[in-house]
Design a protein. Structure first.
Lengths: 353, 341
């Protein structure tokens, strides 16, 4: 592996990311999967970086999950997206920041389609006006929320209370990054670092002290793949995809996985539990699973946030072994505390416990 | 005849054209960007179809241009080409000016930069090399991996940068299939225990003796030809190359561990040609090579009277075709002056 070769490619895939005044749109599934991540993003942006981030209460799903699940036609998806842009326009913002990778992919695809087929954009404008009376401007800047964190990775690094370093050995943590298929595989120029050697998460890892693992199946789908999971009959294929990745990364002894997409952490996390139940196999060190995090959670950990405020208790694979490795100060007793009340969970069948 | 012709580019086409123009009685200046003449020929060891040493062709061309009527100006490029009342004014990079009664453009081709096909990992993984790199190994009579070991399994990827809409090259580079076959046999000759797998879209064996070599490669050398493109390359923890491809004849995806991967880099219009086209107003085609005045009757003729083309600056061609094309230029130059007088 020649790192200079990768750096040459990375230098060709840099994108413009707005500096401030973001219109932030949440994911329709992340708040169920890992609800602390988007909260952490807002906290980092507003409290740590002092940025203006606006959320609109009328924002809905982008319909991307239905579009990629083959149940929502593209024209419907375009009109829903046009309405989101109208909300941004009405709020007086121009920099659109989706939390979800599939949304980011869908927005990119729609903007590219409108660019090449302006008559389609015209038709969608008419449909939106007729249905809602709304009008919209095209965003001046479209960046995924991870792009924004990547942009400010040095500022976050400067405030870091913890590094992605093993406190006992002093070695950088070995981190698997997974960017999600809809981030740059469809439009490599729209992703930091492109599609083959993406840099958006790798840049964060490097900046915060970790070391990226380059394993053979790093480009492979996490297993979600929409129809792979949403169609119940295909779920064997979904878990097989995830397993292929785990088998491939295991020899590198990764300390953690960092993800970019709503689906990826869900499937890389939950399927480890299922594989353990089915085959009694784990992929981390000492018979443990490999902890899986979102990039916001990792940024929050680096900044020293309470892991339970970040929602790490919502993960199937326990985060505690990693926290110990970093030397994190936290209260394990508060893991299941909700509004001052501790909810006891029977965790015998959970991994790592 | 006392006419002065400037030939731009001293690869195979430029050298042949210069030699034949001199034989026809013209004074010739042969301008070459490199210090040495010969162009891509210098980087090749043996040539298809008969595996003649490239040095033999170079020796022939050197003798052809080593005469009083040909002045070789090396280590410079032509930055400016202007037609003033039928006389061409040329200026080199250093600002040296010269005039010519006619100009032959023989700026050749550049090998496709294989790092642009990022999924193959050229410039990323140590043992991913190009056909040109392999030729260097043949010259040294030694095929080894970066760590000095002998490769046990070698893959060859055809059509790298050719017939590929993603990189903007829709055309076939014509030489890659036969180069792959030649190099696969040469690997087996040097390393009889090494297995070779060629990944192809179509086997385009259109030249004289090509099909026979292709058959020989399969029957005598046991080379495996798999119809399907490699989709991605990665590296295992043991530093082996892991490739994914599709065997379209078997209708199955394929995953394979290799020690070395050789990329058959295609041909593109040279950078020098592109600069010249822009500065002189020479027309180029959709494939970005110089556009000939007529595909059948004027493949050496440009859109500027008095400027002619020779060789691969107009399209991919092999050495045999390049030499024929360069010789044809002389006929068009002679007709040009005949019609003017």
């Amino acid at each position: 592996m020649k790192i200079e070769g990768k750096r040459a490619i990375w230098s060709e895939y840099q994108k413009e990311i707005a500096d401030d005044r973001y219109f932030y749109v949440r994911s329709c599934i992340r708040q169920n999967f890992f609800p602390g991540s988007e909260v952490a993003f807002l906290r980092i942006m507003r409290e740590e970086l002092g940025k203006d981030v606006y959320e609109h209460p009328c924002h809905t799903t982008c319909s991307g999950i239905g579009y990629h699940g083959d149940v929502v036609p593209v024209e419907t998806a375009m009109t829903v997206v046009a309405r989101q842009f109208a909300l941004m326009t009405e709020a007086g913002y121009k920099n659109y920041v989706p939390s979800c990778i599939t949304s980011f992919g869908l927005y990119t695809e729609i903007l590219e389609t409108w660019h090449h087929f302006p008559e389609v954009e015209g038709k969608v404008r008419k449909q939106l006006k007729k249905a809602t009376g709304r009008e919209f401007e095209i965003p001046e800047n479209l960046a995924h929320a991870s792009d924004v964190i990547y942009k400010f990775r040095k500022e976050i690094g400067a405030k870091a209370k913890y590094k992605l370093v093993n406190k006992n050995t002093g070695e950088p943590l070995k981190v698997v990054d997974h960017i999600g298929c809809h981030y740059s595989k469809m439009f490599p120029l729209k992703g930091v670092g492109g599609a083959e050697y993406p840099y958006v998460l790798a840049g964060m890892i490097e900046e915060w002290g970790g070391q990226v693992i380059d394993y053979p199946e790093r480009r492979h789908c996490c297993g979600f793949g929409f129809r792979q999971y949403l169609v119940q009959a295909n779920r064997g294929f979904s878990i097989a995809c995830s397993k292929q990745k785990f088998e491939s990364m295991q020899p590198y002894k990764p300390d953690m996985i960092i993800t970019n997409c709503p689906g990826c952490p869900m499937f890389l996390d939950r399927w480890q539990y299922v594989i353990n139940e089915m085959e009694g196999k784990t992929y981390g060190c000492n018979g443990e699973g490999i902890p899986v995090f979102t990039y916001e959670e990792v940024a929050g950990l680096v900044l020293g946030y309470d892991p339970w405020d970040l929602g790490l208790q919502m993960h199937q694979i326990d985060c505690e072994p990693l926290l110990e490795k970093i030397g994190y100060e936290y209260d394990p007793e508060k893991k299941y505390e909700i509004n001052g009340t501790v909810t006891k969970i029977n965790s015998h069948s959970l991994l790592n416990i | 005849m006392n006419k002065h012709i400037v030939v731009i580019g001293a690869g195979v086409a430029g050298m042949e054209a210069a030699g034949q123009l001199s034989n026809a009685g013209f004074n010739v200046s042969l301008v070459e960007k490199d210090e040495n003449t010969g162009g891509h020929l210098n980087g090749w060891y043996k040539l298809f179809p008969d595996r003649r040493r490239s040095s033999e062709v170079k020796d022939y061309l050197d003798k052809l241009i080593n005469k009083d009527g040909i002045k070789v100006i090396s280590g410079t490029t032509i930055e400016k080409l202007v037609n003033i009342n039928g006389i061409f004014s040329l200026e080199t990079r250093e600002g040296t000016e010269m005039t010519a009664d006619a100009v032959v453009v023989a700026t050749g081709f550049d090998l496709f930069k294989s790092s642009r096909k990022e999924e193959y990992g050229y410039g990323i993984y140590d043992n991913v090399i190009t056909s040109s790199d392999l030729e260097e190994m043949f010259r040294k009579d030694k095929i080894v991996l970066v760590d000095g070991r002998v490769p046990e399994n070698v893959g060859i990827v055809h059509c790298v940068g050719s017939r590929d809409e993603k990189v903007g090259n829709l055309y076939c580079s014509k030489l890659c299939c036969i180069t792959a076959v030649k190099q696969a046999i040469e690997i087996r000759e040097l390393l009889p225990e090494t297995r070779v797998f060629c990944f192809y879209m179509d086997m385009r064996m259109g030249g004289a003796h090509y099909e026979e070599i292709y058959r020989e490669a399969q029957e005598e050398w046991g080379i495996n030809f798999i119809r399907g493109k490699v989709s991605e390359v990665s590296e295992s923890i043991r530093k082996k190359l892991i490739i994914k491809a599709e065997d379209t004849l078997a209708g199955r995806p394929l995953k394979m561990e290799l020690d070395m991967l050789v990329l058959m880099a295609g041909m593109e219009m040279s950078e020098g040609g592109r600069i010249l086209a822009k500065s002189a107003g020479l027309e180029t085609g959709e494939n970005r090579f110089f556009a000939s005045a007529d595909n059948h009757f004027g493949s050496n003729i440009s859109n500027i009277p008095g400027v002619f083309y020779a060789g691969t600056c107009t399209a991919p061609m092999n050495i045999t075709e390049t030499i024929s094309h360069a010789r044809a230029t002389v006929s068009d130059v002679l007709n040009y002056f005949k019609n003017r007088s």
